[in-house]
Design a protein around this ligand. Structure first.
Ligand code: G3H
Ligand code: 13P
Ligand code: ZN
Length: 307
Protein backbone atom coordinates (compact mmCIF):
# COMPACT_ATOMS: atom_id res chain seq x y z
CA UNK A 1 0.00 0.00 0.00
CA UNK A 2 1.45 3.41 -0.94
CA UNK A 3 1.73 6.23 1.60
CA UNK A 4 -1.51 8.15 2.14
CA UNK A 5 -2.59 11.68 3.06
CA UNK A 6 -3.77 12.30 6.65
CA UNK A 7 -7.01 13.83 5.32
CA UNK A 8 -9.28 10.80 5.75
CA UNK A 9 -7.57 9.79 9.01
CA UNK A 10 -8.27 13.18 10.58
CA UNK A 11 -11.88 13.17 9.37
CA UNK A 12 -12.41 9.85 11.13
CA UNK A 13 -10.53 11.01 14.23
CA UNK A 14 -12.46 14.28 14.49
CA UNK A 15 -15.89 12.74 14.23
CA UNK A 16 -14.97 9.61 16.18
CA UNK A 17 -13.40 11.39 19.17
CA UNK A 18 -10.02 9.70 18.87
CA UNK A 19 -6.57 10.79 17.64
CA UNK A 20 -3.89 9.49 15.30
CA UNK A 21 -0.47 8.87 16.82
CA UNK A 22 2.45 10.58 15.11
CA UNK A 23 5.60 8.71 16.07
CA UNK A 24 9.14 9.94 15.38
CA UNK A 25 11.37 7.56 13.43
CA UNK A 26 15.15 7.47 13.21
CA UNK A 27 16.15 3.93 12.20
CA UNK A 28 14.95 0.52 10.99
CA UNK A 29 14.01 -0.93 14.38
CA UNK A 30 11.82 2.06 15.25
CA UNK A 31 10.00 1.89 11.91
CA UNK A 32 9.50 -1.87 12.24
CA UNK A 33 8.26 -1.64 15.83
CA UNK A 34 5.70 1.06 14.99
CA UNK A 35 4.41 -0.72 11.87
CA UNK A 36 4.10 -4.02 13.78
CA UNK A 37 2.04 -2.27 16.46
CA UNK A 38 -0.24 -0.52 13.94
CA UNK A 39 -0.77 -3.80 12.10
CA UNK A 40 -1.64 -5.68 15.29
CA UNK A 41 -4.01 -2.94 16.45
CA UNK A 42 -5.40 -2.17 12.96
CA UNK A 43 -4.65 1.50 13.62
CA UNK A 44 -3.84 4.24 11.09
CA UNK A 45 -0.35 5.66 11.68
CA UNK A 46 1.71 8.76 11.07
CA UNK A 47 5.47 8.23 10.98
CA UNK A 48 7.35 11.50 11.21
CA UNK A 49 10.89 12.56 10.47
CA UNK A 50 12.68 15.46 12.15
CA UNK A 51 15.67 17.42 10.83
CA UNK A 52 17.78 15.44 13.31
CA UNK A 53 16.43 12.15 11.92
CA UNK A 54 17.16 13.24 8.34
CA UNK A 55 20.71 14.04 9.40
CA UNK A 56 21.16 10.83 11.41
CA UNK A 57 19.66 8.24 9.05
CA UNK A 58 19.63 10.11 5.75
CA UNK A 59 16.36 10.88 4.01
CA UNK A 60 16.99 8.25 1.32
CA UNK A 61 17.36 5.47 3.89
CA UNK A 62 14.17 6.47 5.69
CA UNK A 63 12.16 6.48 2.46
CA UNK A 64 13.48 3.07 1.39
CA UNK A 65 12.84 1.62 4.86
CA UNK A 66 9.28 2.95 4.70
CA UNK A 67 8.77 1.41 1.26
CA UNK A 68 10.01 -1.92 2.58
CA UNK A 69 7.81 -1.67 5.67
CA UNK A 70 4.69 -0.99 3.60
CA UNK A 71 5.11 -3.41 0.71
CA UNK A 72 3.11 -6.24 2.30
CA UNK A 73 0.47 -4.29 4.23
CA UNK A 74 -2.66 -2.32 3.46
CA UNK A 75 -2.36 -0.26 6.65
CA UNK A 76 -2.91 3.47 5.98
CA UNK A 77 0.38 5.22 6.82
CA UNK A 78 1.43 8.87 6.41
CA UNK A 79 5.06 9.96 6.06
CA UNK A 80 5.31 13.41 7.63
CA UNK A 81 8.06 16.00 8.06
CA UNK A 82 8.26 17.04 11.72
CA UNK A 83 9.25 20.67 12.49
CA UNK A 84 10.27 21.71 8.97
CA UNK A 85 12.39 24.82 9.57
CA UNK A 86 11.97 26.48 6.17
CA UNK A 87 10.39 26.29 2.72
CA UNK A 88 13.41 24.52 1.17
CA UNK A 89 13.24 21.51 3.52
CA UNK A 90 9.49 21.18 2.96
CA UNK A 91 10.00 21.29 -0.81
CA UNK A 92 12.77 18.67 -0.65
CA UNK A 93 10.69 16.13 1.24
CA UNK A 94 7.57 16.76 -0.87
CA UNK A 95 9.64 16.16 -4.00
CA UNK A 96 10.98 12.95 -2.40
CA UNK A 97 7.51 11.48 -1.68
CA UNK A 98 6.44 12.57 1.83
CA UNK A 99 2.65 12.94 2.00
CA UNK A 100 2.52 15.57 4.74
CA UNK A 101 4.79 18.35 6.02
CA UNK A 102 4.97 20.61 9.02
CA UNK A 103 6.29 24.11 8.43
CA UNK A 104 7.27 25.37 11.87
CA UNK A 105 7.37 29.15 11.83
CA UNK A 106 6.32 29.35 15.49
CA UNK A 107 9.56 31.15 16.44
CA UNK A 108 8.92 33.88 13.82
CA UNK A 109 6.84 37.06 14.16
CA UNK A 110 3.16 36.43 13.27
CA UNK A 111 3.37 37.98 9.77
CA UNK A 112 6.53 36.07 8.87
CA UNK A 113 5.03 32.80 10.12
CA UNK A 114 2.03 33.50 7.86
CA UNK A 115 4.27 34.28 4.87
CA UNK A 116 6.41 31.13 5.07
CA UNK A 117 3.41 28.88 5.82
CA UNK A 118 1.50 30.31 2.85
CA UNK A 119 4.50 29.70 0.59
CA UNK A 120 4.63 26.03 1.65
CA UNK A 121 0.84 25.66 1.20
CA UNK A 122 1.09 27.09 -2.33
CA UNK A 123 3.76 24.52 -3.22
CA UNK A 124 2.16 21.57 -1.42
CA UNK A 125 -1.54 21.80 -2.23
CA UNK A 126 -1.38 21.41 -6.03
CA UNK A 127 0.52 18.16 -5.34
CA UNK A 128 -2.08 16.96 -2.82
CA UNK A 129 0.29 17.27 0.15
CA UNK A 130 -1.02 18.10 3.63
CA UNK A 131 0.44 21.10 5.51
CA UNK A 132 0.60 21.40 9.30
CA UNK A 133 1.71 24.73 10.79
CA UNK A 134 2.32 25.96 14.34
CA UNK A 135 1.15 29.03 16.20
CA UNK A 136 2.24 29.72 19.78
CA UNK A 137 5.41 28.38 21.37
CA UNK A 138 6.08 25.27 23.44
CA UNK A 139 8.62 25.31 26.26
CA UNK A 140 11.21 22.52 26.33
CA UNK A 141 13.96 21.12 24.12
CA UNK A 142 13.63 21.16 20.34
CA UNK A 143 16.59 20.46 18.05
CA UNK A 144 18.87 20.96 21.06
CA UNK A 145 17.48 24.45 21.67
CA UNK A 146 15.86 24.97 25.07
CA UNK A 147 13.05 27.44 25.65
CA UNK A 148 11.73 28.11 29.17
CA UNK A 149 8.78 30.06 27.98
CA UNK A 150 5.37 28.85 26.83
CA UNK A 151 3.49 31.27 24.60
CA UNK A 152 -0.05 29.90 24.51
CA UNK A 153 -1.90 30.12 21.18
CA UNK A 154 -4.29 33.04 20.92
CA UNK A 155 -7.66 31.76 19.57
CA UNK A 156 -8.40 34.84 17.41
CA UNK A 157 -4.91 34.78 15.95
CA UNK A 158 -5.37 31.07 15.17
CA UNK A 159 -8.45 31.87 13.07
CA UNK A 160 -6.68 34.68 11.22
CA UNK A 161 -3.61 32.48 10.70
CA UNK A 162 -5.56 29.57 9.18
CA UNK A 163 -7.62 31.90 6.98
CA UNK A 164 -4.57 33.72 5.64
CA UNK A 165 -2.35 30.66 5.09
CA UNK A 166 -4.77 27.90 4.11
CA UNK A 167 -2.83 25.39 6.27
CA UNK A 168 -4.64 22.08 6.80
CA UNK A 169 -3.97 21.51 10.51
CA UNK A 170 -2.57 23.62 13.31
CA UNK A 171 -0.25 22.75 16.19
CA UNK A 172 -1.16 24.82 19.23
CA UNK A 173 0.45 25.56 22.58
CA UNK A 174 -1.80 24.73 25.55
CA UNK A 175 0.80 23.60 28.10
CA UNK A 176 2.60 20.60 26.59
CA UNK A 177 6.34 20.75 25.90
CA UNK A 178 8.99 18.63 24.19
CA UNK A 179 11.28 16.25 26.06
CA UNK A 180 11.15 14.34 29.35
CA UNK A 181 10.75 17.26 31.79
CA UNK A 182 7.40 18.82 31.06
CA UNK A 183 6.05 19.92 34.43
CA UNK A 184 7.68 20.88 37.71
CA UNK A 185 4.34 21.07 39.52
CA UNK A 186 0.95 19.52 38.82
CA UNK A 187 0.47 18.74 35.10
CA UNK A 188 -2.19 20.93 33.52
CA UNK A 189 -3.43 21.68 30.00
CA UNK A 190 -5.49 24.72 29.01
CA UNK A 191 -8.64 22.91 27.79
CA UNK A 192 -10.66 26.16 27.79
CA UNK A 193 -8.28 27.52 25.18
CA UNK A 194 -8.58 24.34 23.10
CA UNK A 195 -12.37 24.52 23.38
CA UNK A 196 -12.38 28.18 22.31
CA UNK A 197 -10.14 27.49 19.30
CA UNK A 198 -12.26 24.56 18.15
CA UNK A 199 -15.51 26.50 18.61
CA UNK A 200 -14.11 29.24 16.34
CA UNK A 201 -12.88 26.66 13.79
CA UNK A 202 -15.37 23.78 13.74
CA UNK A 203 -14.19 20.54 12.09
CA UNK A 204 -10.61 21.81 11.95
CA UNK A 205 -7.91 19.30 13.04
CA UNK A 206 -5.68 20.42 15.89
CA UNK A 207 -2.24 18.94 16.62
CA UNK A 208 -0.62 18.39 20.01
CA UNK A 209 3.18 18.33 20.12
CA UNK A 210 5.15 17.38 23.20
CA UNK A 211 2.57 14.77 24.14
CA UNK A 212 4.63 11.97 25.65
CA UNK A 213 3.52 10.73 29.06
CA UNK A 214 7.05 9.86 30.22
CA UNK A 215 5.94 6.41 31.36
CA UNK A 216 7.41 6.01 34.87
CA UNK A 217 7.93 2.25 34.55
CA UNK A 218 10.57 2.91 31.88
CA UNK A 219 12.14 5.86 33.72
CA UNK A 220 12.58 3.58 36.75
CA UNK A 221 13.90 0.73 34.60
CA UNK A 222 16.47 3.00 32.94
CA UNK A 223 17.58 4.31 36.35
CA UNK A 224 17.71 0.83 37.88
CA UNK A 225 20.15 -0.30 35.20
CA UNK A 226 22.60 2.59 35.38
CA UNK A 227 20.65 5.53 33.94
CA UNK A 228 20.30 8.93 35.55
CA UNK A 229 16.97 10.34 34.39
CA UNK A 230 15.79 12.18 37.49
CA UNK A 231 12.49 14.00 37.94
CA UNK A 232 11.19 13.24 34.45
CA UNK A 233 7.47 13.97 34.11
CA UNK A 234 5.10 13.91 31.12
CA UNK A 235 1.48 14.60 30.22
CA UNK A 236 -0.85 12.26 32.14
CA UNK A 237 -2.76 9.84 29.91
CA UNK A 238 -6.20 11.02 31.04
CA UNK A 239 -5.41 14.57 29.86
CA UNK A 240 -4.33 13.23 26.47
CA UNK A 241 -7.48 11.11 26.15
CA UNK A 242 -9.55 14.20 26.89
CA UNK A 243 -7.68 16.17 24.21
CA UNK A 244 -8.20 13.30 21.74
CA UNK A 245 -11.93 13.35 22.44
CA UNK A 246 -11.96 17.07 21.55
CA UNK A 247 -10.51 18.67 18.37
CA UNK A 248 -7.03 17.16 18.73
CA UNK A 249 -6.59 14.72 15.82
CA UNK A 250 -2.81 14.21 15.90
CA UNK A 251 -0.75 13.46 19.01
CA UNK A 252 3.06 13.58 18.67
CA UNK A 253 5.13 11.03 20.56
CA UNK A 254 8.92 10.74 20.50
CA UNK A 255 10.26 10.85 24.07
CA UNK A 256 8.27 7.78 25.21
CA UNK A 257 9.77 5.70 22.41
CA UNK A 258 13.27 6.90 23.27
CA UNK A 259 12.78 6.08 26.95
CA UNK A 260 11.34 2.61 26.28
CA UNK A 261 14.18 1.67 23.91
CA UNK A 262 16.90 2.96 26.21
CA UNK A 263 15.46 1.30 29.31
CA UNK A 264 15.19 -2.08 27.56
CA UNK A 265 18.70 -1.86 26.10
CA UNK A 266 20.14 -0.97 29.52
CA UNK A 267 18.28 -3.88 31.11
CA UNK A 268 19.34 -6.36 28.44
CA UNK A 269 23.00 -5.41 28.60
CA UNK A 270 23.04 -5.38 32.41
CA UNK A 271 21.46 -8.84 32.53
CA UNK A 272 23.61 -10.22 29.71
CA UNK A 273 27.08 -8.79 30.31
CA UNK A 274 28.63 -11.29 27.93
CA UNK A 275 26.36 -10.24 25.02
CA UNK A 276 27.80 -8.26 22.12
CA UNK A 277 25.57 -9.19 19.18
CA UNK A 278 23.67 -5.96 18.39
CA UNK A 279 20.67 -8.02 17.28
CA UNK A 280 20.19 -8.99 20.91
CA UNK A 281 19.72 -5.52 22.34
CA UNK A 282 18.30 -3.93 19.17
CA UNK A 283 15.73 -6.74 19.02
CA UNK A 284 14.70 -5.90 22.59
CA UNK A 285 14.55 -2.21 21.63
CA UNK A 286 12.29 -2.99 18.66
CA UNK A 287 9.98 -5.02 20.88
CA UNK A 288 9.89 -2.10 23.36
CA UNK A 289 8.85 0.28 20.56
CA UNK A 290 6.08 -2.07 19.49
CA UNK A 291 4.77 -2.48 23.05
CA UNK A 292 4.86 1.27 23.67
CA UNK A 293 2.99 2.06 20.45
CA UNK A 294 0.37 -0.65 21.16
CA UNK A 295 -0.10 0.86 24.62
CA UNK A 296 -0.57 4.36 23.14
CA UNK A 297 -3.03 3.17 20.51
CA UNK A 298 -5.16 1.33 23.09
CA UNK A 299 -4.93 3.58 26.13
CA UNK A 300 -4.30 7.10 24.84
CA UNK A 301 -5.25 7.52 21.19
CA UNK A 302 -8.28 5.26 20.90
CA UNK A 303 -7.39 4.43 17.28
CA UNK A 304 -7.55 0.59 17.48
CA UNK A 305 -9.58 -0.92 14.65
CA UNK A 306 -9.86 2.42 12.79
CA UNK A 307 -7.61 1.44 9.86
O1 G3H B 1 10.05 17.70 18.46
C1 G3H B 1 11.11 17.12 18.33
C2 G3H B 1 11.16 15.65 18.20
O2 G3H B 1 11.15 15.04 19.46
C3 G3H B 1 12.35 15.26 17.39
O3 G3H B 1 13.53 15.38 18.11
O4 G3H B 1 14.97 16.86 16.71
O5 G3H B 1 15.99 15.33 18.42
O6 G3H B 1 14.99 14.38 16.33
P1 G3H B 1 14.95 15.49 17.34
P1 13P C 1 7.59 14.45 23.06
O1 13P C 1 8.98 14.97 23.36
O2 13P C 1 6.65 14.76 24.16
O3 13P C 1 7.59 13.01 22.71
O4 13P C 1 7.06 15.26 21.77
C1 13P C 1 7.44 14.89 20.48
C2 13P C 1 7.05 15.89 19.44
O5 13P C 1 6.27 16.79 19.65
C3 13P C 1 7.65 15.71 18.12
O6 13P C 1 7.30 16.75 17.25
ZN1 ZN D 1 7.13 18.64 18.16
Amino acid sequence: MPLVSPKEMFKGAYTGGYAIGAFNVNNMEIIQGIIEAGTEEKSPLILQVSAGARKYAGQGYIIKLMEAALQDTDLPVVLHLDHGQNFEICKKVIDAGFTSVMIDGSHLPFDENIAVTKKVVEYAHPKGIWVEAELGRLAGVEDDVHSDEHIYTDPDEAVEFVEKTGCDSLAIAIGTSHGAYKFSGKPKLDFDRLEKISSLMPDYPIVLHGASSVVQEYVQMANQYGGNIGGAKGVPEDLLRKAASMAVCKINIDTDIRLAMTAMIRKFLAENPEAFDPRGYLGEARKAVKDMVCHKIKNVLGSSGKA
